[in-house]
Design a protein around this ligand. Structure first.
Ligand code: ATP
Ligand code: MG
Length: 441
């Protein structure tokens, strides 16, 4: 990838003077508008910097998000739509509320509509009516989990979506959703571009799994592993309450095990963590079942955290099902572990008591915690700043302590995963004491 791949598109020249007033800090430093060429480096190591200088390469960097002195859209006649798609994640309502408040109060954009039930809401045959959004109508929605606009999965016709945007005279579309939603947003942008329309498409990435590339933190993730933290502690009580007690907690993480890893780091009682990035065997002296048995022989209880996408290699790929959006539905690895443990230990006459806990929907639909609420608000404000300046086909992210903007295709080009040779996974191994590998010899 080169520097140019990270350039965010603009609809045209921004010529409308912003009425936002930059403030001065108490020490007299002006804090205000940012320039298009304000950027933050992706790699901040000194060795990388030296290498770029030596090879005269422009270092790869992200555009910094923030308010611009000149806007592309004139707030008095700008009309905005907001849509939420995909699965639930703590903080979606906070983002909706903050987009509305930022537009309404800071930019004086008063025409804002919510599209109901994801991309479906644009398609006439479903007959979902848009709703008007005002600070009053979104007041207090941040106290609740879920999305007040509703959501859906399933492919929708992009041509019809853009027809609807035109008919409604929308100037900016905010898409709040995961990788699928963002791919959809990019396709909408392409159709808009093909028709030469002046509509900005802004993505606010939602992924409870924290698996979006080039974004160091996504909203909802912290809430998820904080709630998981409590559940794991309760599961630990179950495990220690029985002789050879085993508790298995399944957490979200379809392709990346960040929630499981972070939860294990915050609850020190976890003994084994299984994530999609780590291959493991069930049998063999170093395999999962023997590792578990040795743990029980030593300590007489075991707490296991498994990410939903772990161990999918144990299932026949021919039987994999897909959801309405074409995402592969994971088979239940928690249930699989429960069955295999039961089979093995019963055959051996090895006594045990097993509890399997799957809290995923309780976590997804929870309201955002304090830090996520703050983060959602700031993401939304920055998305509004960028869209008003005419940026399009972008997502708002976070990197090296800055809110950033990056092209949608870059954000969905690759999933962020745990490097099992890297520091985070080593921290997990050190904290849990589990073997570095559970592959049979
Ligand atoms: P989650 O992380 O919960 O899976 P998501 O945004 O990835 O969230 P999906 O159900 O995969 O959720 O996708 C949301 C919407 O985006 C669906 O309506 C889906 O059809 C649409 N979509 C996905 N990929 C594309 C694409 N390549 N082009 C157009 N639309 C797409
Ligand atoms: Mg997805």
């Amino acid at each position: 990838m080169t520097h140019d791949d990270f350039k965010v598109k603009v609809l045209g020249r921004a010529e409308v003077k912003s009425k936002l007033t930059p403030s001065s800090l108490s020490d007299g430093t002006a804090f205000g508008f940012i320039e298009n060429d304000d950027r933050v480096l992706i790699n901040t190591t000194l060795s990388n910097y030296k290498q770029d200088v030596e090879t005269s390469k422009t270092p790869i960097s992200f555009e910094i998000a923030g308010p611009h002195e000149y806007l592309y859209f004139n707030p008095s006649n700008t009309k905005v739509a907001i849509v939420t798609c995909g699965g639930l994640c703590p903080g979606v309502n906070n983002v909706i509320q903050s987009v509305v408040n930022q537009l309404y109060y800071r930019y004086k954009v008063k025409q804002i509509v919510g599209i109901r039930y994801g991309y479906e809401g644009f398609i006439a045959k479903y007959n979902h009516q848009e709703v008007e959004l005002t600070p009053q109508s979104v007041d207090k929605i941040h106290f609740f989990g879920g999305t007040v606009l509703g959501t859906s999965r399933g492919d929708q016709d992009i041509v019809q979506i853009v027809d609807r945007l035109s008919k409604l005279n929308i100037n900016i579309l905010f898409c709040i959703g995961g990788d699928g939603t963002l791919r959809g947003a990019h396709a909408i942008h392409q159709e808009i571009h093909r028709r030469n329309l002046n509509i900005s498409v802004a993505g606010i990435p939602k992924t409870i799994d924290n698996d979006i590339n080039f974004i160091d933190k996504s909203f909802g993730f912290e809430t998820a592993f904080t709630i998981a933290n409590d559940i794991i502690r309760y599961a630990h009580n179950e495990a220690i309450g029985a002789y050879n007690g085993i508790a298995i907690v399944k957490l979200m993480g379809r392709n990346s095990g960040f929630i499981a890893a972070h939860a294990a780091l915050s609850v020190h009682e976890v003994n084994l963590v299984l994530i999609p990035e780590m291959a493991f065997d069930m049998d063999g002296s170093n395999g999962f079942l023997n590792v578990l048995q040795r743990r029980l022989e030593n300590r007489h209880h075991a707490l296991i955290v498994v990410a939903e996408g772990a161990g999918q290699h144990f299932f026949d790929s021919a039987t994999l099902e897909k959801d309405a959006s074409g995402n592969i539905k994971n088979k239940d690895i928690g249930l699989f572990l429960k069955e295999k443990i039961t089979e093995e230990f019963e055959a051996k006459g090895f006594p045990f008591v097993l509890k399997y806990i799957d809290p995923s929907y309780i976590i997804r639909s929870a309201p955002a915690n304090a830090n996520d609420s703050k983060f959602c608000g700031l993401l939304a404000q920055n998305a509004v700043h960028a869209a008003m300046a005419g940026k399009t086909d972008f997502v708002v992210g976070h990197w090296n302590s800055n809110f950033t903007l990056l092209p949608i295709p870059i954000s969905v080009s690759k999933r962020k995963e745990i490097d099992v040779e890297g520091e985070l996974w080593w921290n997990v191994i050190e904290t849990t004491g589990q073997p570095a590998s559970m592959k049979k010899q």
